[in-house]
Write a protein that binds this ligand. Structure first.
Ligand code: FE2
Length: 156
């Protein structure tokens, strides 16, 4: 596939930043649960930074590792979904349960769509970062699910 892998890392980083923006919007939207969203937003900001650092370091380098052919489409799809969610977060009518469900969709899709398998890289350093992000994404998913269970009876 004739595409620069590094631009995909940049796109990936941009998506993580959008997740952070989304969770920060939720923290303002739901001030009574602001700490919960702020913590997730901070993690996502860190993910974005880790990826942009990789992107910069491997800038202009055509790396000899394969990527999924679907990578650009997957990243665009997730980016668009996030844009829609951020727009929706600015709506007055957003319910807390909708915010949690959107967040669960985001974290779940990052795993289901194998966002971290997009770069089945031979570069150990990149692989380590992606594995770390994968673990933390799974952690977020579990955390959101637990949150739903814990507050299920007082939802909205
Ligand atoms: Fe993330």
């Amino acid at each position: 596939m004739n595409i620069k892998k590094t631009s995909l890392l940049g796109h990936f980083s941009a998506n993580e930043n959008k997740i952070s923006v989304l969770y920060a919007a939720y923290s303002e939207k739901f001030p009574e649960r602001s700490d919960f969203w702020k913590r997730l937003a901070k993690d996502e900001k860190r993910h974005s930074t880790l990826l942009s650092e990789l992107d910069e370091r491997f800038n202009n380098e055509i790396l000899a590792w394969p990527i999924s052919e679907n990578a650009p489409a997957i990243l665009s799809y997730i980016g668009q979904f996030l844009d829609d969610c951020i727009m929706q977060a600015q709506s007055e009518s957003l319910k807390f349960s909708e915010a949690v469900n959107n967040a669960l969709s985001v974290e779940q899709s990052m795993i289901e769509k194998k966002n971290f398998d997009i770069f089945p890289t031979a570069n150990e350093e990149v692989k380590k970062v992606l594995e770390k992000l994968n673990r933390e994404t799974e952690g977020h998913r579990l955390c959101l699910e637990k949150y739903v269970t814990d507050i299920g009876q007082i939802f909205d």
